[in-house]
Design a protein around this ligand. Structure first.
Ligand SMILES: [Zn+2]
Length: 662
């Protein structure tokens, strides 16, 4: 037995109760421990490089000092935006999940000191908010913008991380006292709703952790009270706050993206714990709305800078995309809950896309710098105050970095589920996975060089005496995926809804092999996305690619290249500043010289490609901006036939004899 298998199970957010109406559950028993591969490397980097940075920033930016001021009864000196406490809570949540995987004296010491500060700062009735306490602002009078319950929600989530990871009771005590106070003030009344959701999902999680029903009731009340003008005015309008209409009557996502998506996580939590199918269905409708016309190729969401909000359907400009990092993380949290509720692979598909691209790109290779805004194109002359185009070490509004850390610290939780004596694997990386099912424990070692390689081996290390199932997601992008058990081909059954499920008497040494097709491929946009018309992108496996100026042969400008038909080829390499990668070389043409003066419009179309053949080189989008800060673009002009003629990808077909699925 390896050290990884002896280690305690990964535990994580969103653990439904036994009575919850869900199709899948997190595995009981050993759980998941990431052991190798890209996702494991990201988790380790976050622990080793990002979290120490966060701990320093909690002092440098004033988060801890704000609590000290509250303890001292000070009335001035508060630093930062009103939600500074939430950055500390997200950092504490990350620490909680980290401590659940391995002891760390430095992280434990920080958590103990921060918890002691919180205990001292908490007021006798349970209220706790350093901004309100230092500024003397009346409680709950400006709920549209005060973030008081938003901060409470993150406190609760941090406390749950420590509780599920086996930590002491102190932080959970602080969180419960605050939650009990909220129940006392708000339950059964129309006393207001917080303008920034997260308290909803946090209260359901606290109910799951404690069994205390009033927390679930209050979460349900906050969801049901939306759309009735109880939040107040933040200056951005009701849509911004998801308060323009009742949740159940809303079909489209609108307004501030992070708020909208945190609310959806709470909506699904409330729905499954209440058996409220109508509420769940309304959330699925909005998920379809998001995926169908409001999601960037990278999985980023929230296209508008203005109001950090969703745009109209198909308003997805690559250069002006906002795509806040927190919104991608919230999208993952929502999709994870819908995956548990329904067992459908499309939710795991979107998690994979958002994780490997939108979230992956938000962190530098060294784990020390972060993106808040995640566009799909940067020009050489780009500058904008809220997005200078390069990652930064920290932000005056620092919601994103610790959000990344809490996600990566709990990443193993998003890899596997169980349902009906089947262990399902949704994400691919090196991992030790174990689950109690069929009266025993199924233990599997997942080995893969994913996403660089498409081969994933699932070796059974121990199995129940009775037959049970092992399921693996068939990614929607993987045309021609092949599967085998001990060398014998297997084909997915459509009834298994996007998974290959093999039910048998598993024996130690049995190997389920997945050969996913990671051949580089072209991707075309929907014709309704005006900003992308005539463009094409490159993907390989779960990775979206981008063309960065630094990689172009002969110094050709990425702005003067168009992709053309021909084979795309992958090249395993190590790039200085970037690290291990697979670059993709794509046939291209140099575009004719651009107009050099006057209006960028005229009576004739630009000439077709007259500059001659060229090669364009792409790297994974998650690895961009680790070098010289020059131009980057995901979407390139397409110089080939229109995609309606079949484009450059092989046509879809089905050949059951070779167990291929398309
Ligand atoms: Zn953020």
């Amino acid at each position: 037995m390896t050290e990884a298998e002896r280690a305690p199970a990964a535990s994580g957010p969103a653990c439904p109760t036994a009575s919850a109406s869900v199709a899948h559950r997190p595995p009981e028993g050993p759980g998941v421990r990431l052991t190798s591969g890209l996702l494991h490397d990201w988790q380790r980097r976050s622990h080793e490089a990002s979290l120490p940075l966060a701990l320093r920033q909690m002092e440098a930016a004033g988060n801890l000092d704000n609590l000290r001021l509250a303890i001292a009864g000070a009335s001035e000196g508060y630093r930062g935006p009103v939600f500074m406490d939430s950055d500390l809570y997200k950092t504490l949540e990350a620490i909680g999940w980290e401590l659940g995987r391995a002891p760390s004296p430095a992280l434990a010491e920080f958590a103990a000191e921060a918890t002691a500060l919180l205990e001292k700062a908490q007021q006798p009735d349970g209220y706790l908010n350093s901004y309100t306490q230092v500024s003397g602002t009346p409680r709950y009078q400006r709920l549209a913008s005060s973030h008081e319950m938003y901060c409470a929600g993150h406190l609760i989530q941090a406390a749950i991380a420590h509780a599920r990871a086996g930590g002491g009771p102190a932080l959970l005590g602080v969180a419960r006292r605050f939650a009990d106070h909220l129940v006392e003030v708000f339950a059964g009344r129309e006393a207001g709703i917080d303008g920034h959701p997260v308290i909803e999902t946090a209260l359901v999680e606290l109910y799951r952790q404690t069994g205390h029903e009033p927390y679930l009731s209050l979460a349900r009340q906050f969801v049901d009270q939306r759309g009735r003008g109880l939040i107040g005015d933040s200056g951005f309008g009701l849509r911004y706050l998801q308060d323009a209409a009742p949740v159940r009557e809303t079909a489209a996502l609108a307004g501030h993206a992070v708020r909208a998506l945190y609310l959806e996580a709470g909506v699904v939590d409330v729905a499954v714990e209440s058996g409220d199918d109508e509420l769940l269905a309304s959330s699925v409708t909005r998920w379809d709305d998001m995926v169908g016309g409001k999601t960037a190729l990278t999985g980023g969401v929230g296209s508008r800078h203005s109001g950090e909000s969703f745009g109209d359907a198909f308003e997805l400009p690559p250069d002006r995309a906002y795509n806040e990092t927190c919104a991608a993380i919230a999208s993952i949290q929502w999709s994870w809950r819908l995956l548990l509720a329904t067992g459908e692979s499309r939710y795991a598909d979107l998690i994979e896309r958002a994780l490997h691209n939108a979230v992956g790109a938000a962190i530098s290779t060294d784990g020390q710098r972060f993106f808040y805004v995640n566009p799909l194109q940067r020009r050489d002359d780009h500058f904008e105050e809220d997005d200078p185009g390069r990652r930064r070490e920290w932000f005056s509004c620092a919601c994103c970095p610790p959000n990344i850390m809490r996600l990566l610290a709990s990443l193993g939780h998003y890899v596997a589920t169980t349902a009906d004596d089947v262990l399902y694997l949704h994400q691919f990386t090196g991992a030790a996975v174990g689950a109690h099912l069929a009266g025993g424990t199924l233990r599997v070692t997942m080995t893969s060089g994913y996403p660089w390689s498409g081969t994933v081996d699932l070796e059974v290390r121990g199995a129940p005496a009775d037959a049970c199932g092992l399921g693996v997601r068939v990614p929607a992008w993987s045309h021609g995926a092949r599967f085998s058990v001990n060398g014998r081909p297997m084909a997915p059954d459509p009834a298994d809804r996007g998974y290959l499920v093999v039910r048998r008497h598993w024996m130690p040494g049995d190997v389920l092999r997945c050969d996913l097709n990671v051949t580089p491929r072209l991707t075309y946009p929907d014709r309704r996305i005006d900003a992308l018309r005539g463009s094409v992108a490159v993907e390989r496996g779960p990775l979206v690619y981008c063309f960065e100026q630094a990689d172009q042969p002969g110094g050709a400008s990425v702005e003067d290249l168009a992709l053309s038909p021909g084979d795309l080829t992958g090249h395993d390499t190590d790039l200085p500043g970037v690290g291990r990668t697979v670059t993709v070389r794509a046939p291209a043409v140099r575009l004719a010289p651009a107009r050099d003066r006057g209006l960028p419009y005229g009576p004739e179309p630009d000439p077709a490609d007259t500059g001659g053949p060229a090669t364009a080189v792409a790297i994974p989008y998650f690895q961009w901006d680790n070098r010289d800060g020059r131009a980057m673009r995901v979407w390139m002009p397409w110089a080939g036939p229109p995609p309606s003629s079949g484009g450059d990808n092989p046509p879809a077909s089905r050949d059951p004899d070779t167990a291929e699925i398309f």
